[in-house]
Design a protein. Structure first.
Length: 546
């Protein structure tokens, strides 16, 4: 049995670490351990993600004790790995030309004709080590060393769905249009991810893949298809008449809920509200259950017209809210008549406001969630940010009366975020965590729902050695070689190649969710007990509105 250890990854996750190598034997142990953990997982475990050489287990620490989760992980780590191999999948590929613009560059790197690159790429059987980066993106290896070209010096802004790429000893298929730096040698018409399937990802860890050369005719009709897009759009149900129309969508307004848990092993981001506390408070104020969807408006909010009477509440960022031109209070239930117009206007502080409707938003769930992930056009309303003319269906309100109002919290231009040591903290020099909590960082314009790129007066020391891509965590503070941290947020990729020196505690992630470019962040190391006490306080704040 390989050496292993269990590390904390914030207050809501544990990481089983095996040998730090890319190896089929070690990967097989990780896959078998993940399967064992899923079988024994107590209530409160939300996700289990195997990687090249680890297993991340995500849980709600208020629903299940971390010690109980650790015990399950330790039993799984000690169990023998399964000797069975995964399915063999043949993937047709059109190599070169418009479908493989980097084939000649790889041939030049290898010092062989392009045809020989194709021959070597199709000669091997590849192992799927893990899925990450995008839903359905499989990291496969090991490529013949002679054609193991490095990533491009300058990543493309758009790589077409179905593109087959090479990056060192790895090869893979882009399931969706996305930025990317892999060398593109061909393209396949085979969709790698379809949300309508029982198993949305075409490939799974442990599967074996053979690439088969195909004629360009197989691409007919596939050139403009994004893998699974037709399956993940969320149209309004024909039997649910719309009751809210979008007059003005705001800068970036999406449907969000508590996130899409249970699919990170397939590379599916959790998503959900950036400020979960404001989202939950808005729902509680209008009498909704915890899983109801709200609208998340970033910076500039929307104008909405009601086709039927509705009760709403607006929480989060400090904004002006009016109904038919008259100012209304935030954090309080507001009754709108049919024909009324709700406007979320000028922002005074904070970055994101949340609009809850009694009965919730009845867009079609995708993989168990209504959360919008724009990059893959998944969930929400057609998988997109709202547009003028969109209509949002409302659910039936509960029989409970709307909840009482609560005072609006004060918003500032920065936040002091409490952190716990990250899962890779030991890879950094001893002073890295101390430097993190004694510096002040600024949220840069290169920030979005995936993560905030931070700039500080002093860089964080670089971690020792190159890291194998591993699981990521909400609130993880990644440190690239340049030393400027990245704070991972709701739409984060499920795996990443930068070590995480710290993880923001769950109770403080809502504070981070309200930050905008130009705001400051300071970090403060705290204890696990303090993290759980703060999270319990957040939960009680919502329950007090019941």
């Amino acid at each position: 049995m390989s050496a292993w250890q269990v590390r904390e990854a914030g207050d809501s996750a544990l990481l089983l670490e095996l040998e730090p190598v890319i190896d089929a034997r070690v990967n097989g142990i990780a896959i078998a351990a993940a399967a064992a953990i899923r079988r024994e997982a107590p209530a409160g475990v939300l996700d289990v993600l195997p990687t090249y050489r680890s297993v991340a287990v995500y849980f709600d620490p208020l629903d299940v004790d971390a010690g109980a989760v650790r015990a399950v992980i330790e039993r799984a780590a000690g169990a023998p790995a399964s000797e069975s191999s995964g399915a063999l999948v043949e993937v047709p590929v059109v190599y070169g030309g418009e479908y493989g613009p980097d084939l000649d560059a790889v041939a030049a790197f290898a010092g062989v004709p392009a045809e020989e690159v194709v021959a070597r790429h199709t000669a091997s059987e590849y192992r799927v080590f893990m899925l990450g980066f995008l839903p359905g993106f499989a990291y496969m290896g090991s490529l013949h060393p002679s054609i193991a070209a490095p990533r491009r010096a300058s990543p493309r802004l758009r790589v077409a769905a179905g593109s087959v790429g090479i990056a060192g000893r790895q090869t893979g298929v882009y399931p969706f249009d996305a930025p990317g730096g892999w060398q593109i040698v061909g393209r396949t018409p085979m969709p790698m991810f379809e949300a309508s399937r029982a198993a949305p990802a075409r490939l799974a860890p442990g599967d074996r893949v053979r690439f088969v050369r195909a004629d360009a005719s197989v691409m007919a009709g596939a050139d403009r298809r994004e893998a699974g897009l037709g399956a993940v759009g969320a149209p309004v149900r024909p039997d649910a008449p719309p009751s809210v129309m979008v007059i003005r969508p705001g800068l970036f307004t999406t449907v969000q809920d508590e996130g899409r848990w249970g699919y990170q092993h397939g590379g599916v981001p959790v998503c959900g509200a950036m400020d979960l506390q404001s989202h939950r408070l808005a729902n509680a104020i209008v009498g909704n259950g915890g899983r109801a969807a709200t609208l998340e408006a970033t910076l500039a909010g929307p104008d909405l017209r009601f086709d039927a009477p509705a009760t709403v509440a607006v929480t989060g960022a400090d904004v002006e809210v009016t109904v038919d031109g008259a100012a209304v209070a935030m954090y309080t239930p507001v009754v709108c008549r049919a024909g009324s117009v709700l406007r979320v206007g000028a922002r005074r502080a904070g970055g994101r406001s949340y609009i809850a409707f009694a009965g919730g938003l009845e867009t079609t769930p995708v993989l168990g969630s209504r959360a919008t992930h724009v990059r893959t056009a998944m969930g929400g309303l057609h998988g997109l940010a709202l547009r003028a003319g969109d209509r949002l269906p409302l659910g039936s309100p509960s029989r409970q009366a709307p909840r009482r109002r609560m005072p609006a919290p004060r918003m500032g231009t920065g936040a002091r975020l409490r952190v716990l040591p990250g899962p890779q903290v030991d890879q950094f020099p001893p002073g890295a965590l101390d430097r993190l909590q004694h510096g002040r960082f600024t949220v840069t314009p290169q920030s979005d729902r995936m993560g905030y790129r931070l700039a500080g007066e002093q860089a964080i020391p670089e971690a020792a050695g190159e890291m194998i891509s591993d699981a990521t965590f909400a609130g993880g503070v990644q440190v690239p070689p340049a030393g400027d941290p990245i704070l991972l947020m709701a739409d984060r990729q499920t795996t990443g190649g930068y070590p995480q020196v710290a993880v923001v505690i769950s109770a403080d992630l809502p504070l981070a969710g309200q930050l905008v470019p130009g705001d400051w962040i300071e970090f403060e190391v705290c204890s696990r007990a303090a993290a759980l006490a703060a999270l319990a306080f957040r939960r009680d704040e919502v329950r007090a509105l019941a």
